[in-house]
Design a protein around this ligand. Structure first.
Ligand SMILES: Cc1cc2nc3c(=O)[nH]c(=O)nc-3n(C[C@H](O)[C@H](O)[C@H](O)COP(=O)(O)OP(=O)(O)OC[C@H]3O[C@@H](n4cnc5c(N)ncnc54)[C@H](O)[C@@H]3O)c2cc1C
Length: 455
């Protein structure tokens, strides 16, 4: 059997894995990147909206050229019955074509010295005193028998997406079976199509009083969490449709929502591309590392759950991991990896977990209650921009005039909202107090209190 030795082996070549491999190679490590599909098919292949300002903060060139479909467009949010609306003039979102973007991350990683193994699936670990030291992979090149290969490394990074393939083989990281129920998963599909009748597309926009290029986001047609977004290109030649809903039998799936919308609008023509999958919505994993293993991206639930956005959080996590292990004699050492866990939980973890309370509150709302959020001014521009930029909302948003007005008009609804929002700053504070060092007792106490706060 072939054997290779690296400092670090990263599994999964989506944004989290390709970004991690790049940053870790730039930090001077000998890195392997292992992907079960062909590299050219790894990770998302559709269009994702990403808040572009984040890239400079993690030292990554922002998407450019053919990686960008459209930048800084307006967004109009609608209630399900289209009766209520909220216009956000400049969202700061960039529609990123993920295929060329992930290709670039991989190219830069290989140029930095990363060694790639594609069509190669993680099988299992060899453990020494509970620490993985060798990963066995099986590489299945076209027309050949699968070849087993042993990868020896001091750190194994799980960036295998929602599968969490490595995580599930490490006792300290394995999720209990009930940890992620279907109500914490979103099924989503993004599809781009030609527009066959530009005049009819223009009528569709005129009826909603929005300009071409605006992202129309209809909230709550399939339960409180769901969204159906439609964006007709400025030249009326194409349309992008994104739909997502909670993975429960009573709701249409993202795929069904897109299909239904296309059938109802005959001006939508042939599909250009589409892609989809399941997005984990639950707060980030409490435990992100074990000796010899770190988890990043969807595998760690590092997703801004309110709108199911995982691209920027996974790249931010990749950067924090590379910073934490830089210059370490053993990048898989428990205390070294804990620096990544604490840096993540104290910053991004605090944000993602706080917002997850709001996601859970809003997904239980009916379409009519979502419409109330618009009417009462609770769904306002500042709140939506905080969500897009992935920052905490200003305290005035949760204790301000609109909240008071809601309390007067609809005390029961206001009470439920306050119960949920009031915990957000508590959760944020608690995550900021994530233990700095791997102290079992302190960590257990931290987890217990997080659970009491509902995250
Ligand atoms: C339809 C849709 C729309 C979305 N829209 C947005 C958006 O607008 N903005 C945004 O920020 N996010 C969006 N997301 C979420 C975003 O795409 C994910 O959060 C992001 O891709 C996560 O990256 P990742 O690298 O962690 O995982 P993935 O992209 O899932 O990559 C994991 C990789 O690991 C590989 N792998 C799995 N198992 C193994 C194994 N055993 N061995 C080797 N390799 C393995 C997989 O083949 C895959 O290539 C959307 C998701 C969907 C489905």
């Amino acid at each position: 059997m072939k054997q290779h030795t690296f400092d670090i082996a990263v599994f999964g070549a989506g944004p989290a894995g390709s970004g991690s491999a790049l940053f870790l190679a730039e930090a001077g490590y000998r890195v392997a990147l292992i992907e079960q599909r062909a590299f050219a098919k790894a990770g998302p292949s559709w269009v994702n909206a990403v808040y572009a300002e984040g890239f400079s903060k993690i030292g990554l060139r922002a998407p450019e050229g053919d990686e960008v479909e459209l930048a800084d467009f307006p967004v109009t949010f609608f209630s399900a019955d289209l009766a209520e609306r909220l216009d956000v003039a400049a969202s700061g979102f960039t529609n990123v074509r993920m295929r060329p973007f992930v290709d670039r991350l991989q190219r830069d990683a290989f140029a930095a010295g990363v060694v790639g193994f594609d069509l190669a699936r993680f099988e299992h670990f060899t453990l020494v005193a509970d620490r993985p030291v060798v990963a066995r992979i099986v590489q299945q090149k076209e027309g050949h028998e699968g070849e087993a290969i042993e990868i020896k490394a001091r750190l194994f990074v799980d960036a295998t997406g929602i599968a969490g393939s490595l995580r599930e083989q490490v006792a300290a990281l394995r999720l209990p079976p009930a940890a992620a129920g279907d109500s914490d998963l979103c099924t989503a599909l993004q599809q781009n199509c030609h527009v066959t009748d530009p005049a009819a597309a223009a009528e569709f926009l005129a009826a909603r009083k929005v300009a071409a290029g605006t992202l129309i986001s209809i909230l709550g047609t399939q339960g409180g969490f769901s969204t159906l977004s439609v964006q007709i290109s400025p030249d009326l030649s194409g349309v992008g449709i994104l739909a997502g809903s909670i993975k429960e039998a009573r709701f249409l799936t993202g795929t069904q929502m897109v299909k239904k919308f296309c059938e109802e609008h005959p001006w939508i023509g042939a599909k250009i591309h589409s892609g989809g999958g399941t997005i984990p919505l639950r707060h980030p994993l409490h435990r992100l590392t074990a000796p010899g293993v770190a988890v990043v991206g969807n595998a760690a639930n590092q997703v801004f759950s309110v709108h199911g956005s995982g691209v920027m959080p996974s790249l931010q996590a990749a950067r924090l991991l590379a910073n934490a292990v830089a210059d370490a004699a053993d990048p898989g050492d428990e205390a070294v990896l804990w620096r990544y866990a604490s840096a993540f939980q104290q910053s991004l973890g605090a944000l993602l977990a706080s917002y997850d309370l709001f996601r859970r509150f809003s997904q239980n709302l009916t379409s009519a209650e979502i419409a109330k959020m618009f009417r009462y001014g609770l769904m306002n521009e500042a709140m939506m921009l905080a969500g897009i930029r992935q920052v905490m909302p200003e305290p005035s948003l949760t204790s301000g005039l609109s909240m008071l007005a809601t309390g007067v008009r609809d005390p029961l609804f206001a009470a439920a909202l306050v119960r949920s929002l009031a915990r957000m700053p508590l959760v944020y504070l608690h995550y900021q107090n994530f233990p700095e060092v791997p102290d079992k007792k302190k960590f257990a106490g931290w987890v217990a209190y997080a659970k009491r706060l509902g995250v």
